[in-house]
Design a protein around this ligand. Structure first.
Ligand SMILES: Cc1ncc(C[n+]2csc(CCOP(=O)(O)OP(=O)(O)O)c2C)c(N)n1
Length: 683
């Protein structure tokens, strides 16, 4: 069977093997062009999958591009959501959407999110991006088919590295327990993942025997031999012997582009224009991929995104955006994550320190632990893509007196493994440091699945857990060192991927659990020098008009807001840098609330982790009873993230200085009204 017209029951088109080979080449060309256009994404694994995608979407799967929700369609679940471009191109070539629209990959509000979202694009079967969940979805889907008496098939696409997630094996067990012979797992066995060779990161072999031992039927093929691919997929649909089928496809990461083939470095990298041109030439499809048209289409879409974003930004007397004024308030930017790596590099000599890798080591800088110190390699423990087990393994190491440090995307470091963090680390009160990297919306084009916007709720809610959210790379380094050696117990440090302003230096105080006050003192060519920072306990009330309580990358935004408020409105703002969210400096918050009567909180997170905690401190403090305090919250407003450039998302999710300033002005107006009313009532 093939592409169908579901109403007439007729075949739309049946591709020959040669035609599929040709289509796969062109699809690879589109992959290069759309990735180049997006400026980020995953080249290696999308290229290794493309022959299978061509066979599945254009020939083997029963589906109808004009009727994407046709009840009898075969379901294709992409468990490895990072290969979204291959999915989008498969859909486009099958006719579910326009080919040129795949160039909208990773742009704000686009249906072509960095990781697939089924609510945005017809034909996408489920939302994914957090590895190791797809096979369970597929099991549920296959069980539903049986309950409904339907005879469609469910295909589930996974990577070989992904096999390291324990949940894959829970699903594998369920599939054979329920004899799901309507389920086909497809493994893109390209032998590479982010940190290197799968066998080095965490050996999954003997993978074929493992599936067989779990009660699956195993078919092993060359995933680039179109005849074998089509035959195996069709055979998987034919076989009905009460066993789920695992199609183990031996592939080459980066297949088709010589300089990308078998290179781990091309996992999460995209070609520049020259590399794209070279790749298209090697594939022999330069004349079949209208890359200029694709780029123009994306540019037109982007123009509209820019216009909408600009329209929704609060306006002030001039443009106060970062480095927008040529002569004044210039700031340097550096990713906060760098501070984490610098501290580990400096402090990793302590023999108690052990670092656990979760296959994202370079990007979150935890690999700095051993990068210049090969002698530390024995204390570097690669755990693969297995956040839950690694968390509990860290507990085991801590139990014996080690100082374990592990980290990954904040959403996988604090949510995926939440029960392990709760019971194995926090309840037992073990001395383990968790790095929640790439936190907040500023992680950018990867999209909602990778934007940790709820992690601080979870981490701050756990007894014994300490939580630090530093404001820049300098503070991240200090906080990492402090947490590592001075604070004993479970601890969570959260930092961002994007380069953010450096607003502190070596002399800036950092005392765990104690807030800093930051005050705008007048414009300076150097943004950081326009401010004075003091430990809050050393600060004397200056009777400011309002307070901004901020943490993490919102501290620099709060500083910029203080600048706007002073220059445009003459308002003085006291900024509290709450780098330690737990234990929080309640005294500093109470003093600020009493002194200023207005408290605006600013967090790059769902509103509440900071905002509601601060409000709670104010409302339950007898010292503030009788003092009117107006509160406002800046943060993400109960919605999931989106793909987009980091600074676009700061605007889209309304977590910029301009939004803080706007809220402060609104509260100042309210404060004045209250004062006027009180005056009238007094008369
Ligand atoms: C739960 C989870 N942990 C970590 C990641 C980050 N991540 C994205 S892709 C990837 C490597 C995947 O390797 P593999 O499954 O072999 O895919 P391929 O090499 O074929 O791209 C990792 C660790 C993630 N998306 N989800």
């Amino acid at each position: 069977m093939a592409l169908l017209d579901s109403t007439k029951g007729t075949t739309i088109r049946d591709y020959s093997t040669d035609e599929l080979v040709e289509q796969a080449k062109i699809m690879r060309g589109y992959d290069l062009a759309t990735l180049c256009c997006a400026g980020s994404g995953h080249a290696g694994g999308t290229l290794s999958m493309m022959d299978i995608v061509a066979a599945l979407y254009l020939k083997v799967a029963n589906h109808d591009p004009k009727n994407p929700m046709w009840a009898d369609r075969d379901r294709i679940i992409w468990s490895g959501g990072h290969k979204a471009p291959a999915l989008y191109i498969g859909l486009a070539f099958a006719g579910f959407c326009e080919k040129k629209d795949t160039a909208l990959l990773r742009r704000l509000s686009s249906p072509f999110q960095g990781h697939p979202h089924w609510l945005k694009l017809p034909g996408v079967e489920c939302s994914s991006g957090s590895l190791g969940q797809g096979l369970s979805i597929a099991v549920g889907n296959a069980l539903a088919a049986r309950l409904d008496g339907k005879d469609y098939h469910v295909f589930c696409i996974m990577g070989d590295g992904e096999q390291q997630e324990g949940s894959v094996w829970e699903a594998a067990m369920e599939a054979s327990h329920y004899k799901l012979d309507n389920l086909v797992a497809i493994i893109d066995n390209n032998h590479l993942q982010i940190d290197g060779k799968t066998e080095d990161v965490m050996n999954i072999e003997p993978i074929a025997e493992k599936y067989e031992a779990f009660g699956w039927e195993l078919i092993r093929i060359n995933g680039h031999d179109m005849k074998q691919v089509v035959f195996a997929l069709e055979e998987a649909k034919r076989r009905k012997n009460g066993k789920p089928i695992c199609l183990l496809c031996d592939t080459v990461k980066g297949k088709g582009v010589s300089f990308m083939e078998n290179q781990a470095g091309w996992h999460g990298k995209v070609p520049n224009k020259d590399e794209m041109a070279k790749g298209l030439a090697e594939l022999g499809v330069a004349d079949k991929v209208p890359f200029e048209e694709l780029f123009a289409h994306a540019a037109a879409y982007q123009k509209e995104v820019d216009r909408k974003l600009e329209a929704k930004m609060p306006k002030f007397s001039k443009n106060y955006w970062w480095n927008a004024q040529p002569e004044t308030m210039q700031v340097k930017m550096k990713p906060t994550r760098m501070g984490f790596g610098e501290s580990l590099s400096e402090n990793g000599g302590d023999p108690r320190v052990v670092c656990l890798g979760l296959d994202i080591s370079g990007s979150i800088t935890i690999s700095e632990f051993y990068a210049k110190h090969p002698e530390r390699k024995g204390r570097w423990l690669s755990m693969g893509i297995a956040e839950q087990s690694a968390t509990a393994a860290a507990a085991g190491l801590a139990k014996e007196g080690k100082l374990p440090v592990f980290g990954t995307y904040a959403t996988f470091a604090a949510s995926r493994n939440l029960d392990q963090v709760r019971v194995s680390l926090c309840y037992a009160n073990y001395n383990v440091m968790i790095a929640g990297a790439h936190g907040g919306v500023s992680v950018g084009p990867d999209g909602a699945t990778h934007q940790a916007l709820e992690d601080l709720f979870a981490m701050c809610s756990l007894p014994n857990m300490m939580v630090v959210v530093p404001c820049d790379s300098v503070e991240t380094k200090k906080a990492t060192t402090d947490l590592l050696f001075e604070q004993k117990g479970p601890k969570y440090i959260r930092f961002a991927r994007e380069a953010t302003p450096i607003v502190s230096d070596e002399t800036t105080p950092f005392v765990f659990g104690k807030a800093n006050v930051i005050r705008f003192r007048g414009e300076n060519t150097d943004f950081a020098k326009a401010f004075e920072t003091k430990l809050e306990s050393n600060y004397r009330n200056e009777h400011e008009d309002l307070t901004i309580v901020a943490c993490g990358p919102m501290v620099p935004e709060a500083m910029r807001a203080a600048w706007i408020l002073k220059k445009d409105f003459g308002y003085e703002a006291r900024i509290l840098n709450i780098h330690t969210m737990k234990p929080i400096d309640a005294e500093a918050i109470i003093r600020a609330a009493k002194d200023t009567g207005i408290v605006v909180t600013a967090e790059e997170h769902q509103i509440g982790a900071l905002g509601w905690r601060v409000a709670g401190i104010i409302t339950e403090s007898p010292e503030v009873y009788g003092t009117p305090v107006l509160t406002g919250y800046i943060g993400v407003k109960d919605r999931f993230g989106d793909s987009g450039a980091p600074w676009e998302l700061v605007k889209e999710f309304e977590v910029s200085a301009e939004h803080i300033a706007q809220k402060a002005v609104e509260l100042m107006k309210a404060k004045k009204k209250v004062a006027e009313r009180e005056l009238v009532e007094a008369k």
